[in-house]
Design a binder for this molecule. Structure first.
Ligand SMILES: [Zn+2]
Length: 72
């Protein structure tokens, strides 16, 4: 997924402008994605947290069987 493909309707909390650009994003866990936005109008930067409904398996579910087999 590329940042430009994300449909958004974020508004700058400082000036209320809808001309915001997604600068950067990071998935912090299975459900939460943090987005860093920059406002074209006032150059303000702000972060939003997107809670995803995607049932993407957490990393722990993938690594757990591996560690379990090491212990046996
Ligand atoms: Zn602004």
């Amino acid at each position: 997924m590329v940042p430009g493909s994300i449909a958004h309707h974020e508004k700058c909390p400082q000036c209320g402008s809808g001309l915001v650009h997604l600068e950067w994003y990071e998935r912090v866990n299975g459900q939460e994605i943090h987005h860093l936005w920059r406002c074209w109008n006032c150059k303000n930067e702000f972060v939003t947290v997107l809670t995803s409904d995607e049932k993407e398996p957490p990393v722990t579910e993938i690594t757990e069987p591996f560690f379990t087999s090491l212990l046996v």
